[in-house]
Design a protein around this ligand. Structure first.
Ligand SMILES: [Zn+2]
Length: 81
């Protein structure tokens, strides 16, 4: 299929250092096996990255999210300062 080479060219032009780096999975969307469990964070069955499409188990996704929250710093805890 010729689509790929075209797409690759466009990406090459717009590449601005870091595009090729490993995905940090900034947008992990939780998935639930059962609709009844939707919204319950401890019932998440897996996470899916909206950036790279990677899928992660609940434990792995939780760890990634925790790491991201840590990197961002504590949000909404300014009152404690
Ligand atoms: Zn990702």
């Amino acid at each position: 299929m010729p689509f790929f080479s075209k797409k690759r060219q466009e990406q090459g032009n717009s590449e601005q250092g870091g595009q090729r780096r490993e995905c940090q999975h900034p947008t992990l969307a939780p998935r639930w096996d059962s609709a009844a469990d939707m919204g319950k964070r401890d019932k998440v069955s897996m996470y899916r990255c909206a950036s790279c499409g990677g899928e992660f188990g609940a434990a792995e996704g939780d760890a990634l999210i925790a790491r991201q929250e840590e990197a961002r710093g504590p949000l909404g805890s300014e009152e404690g300062k």
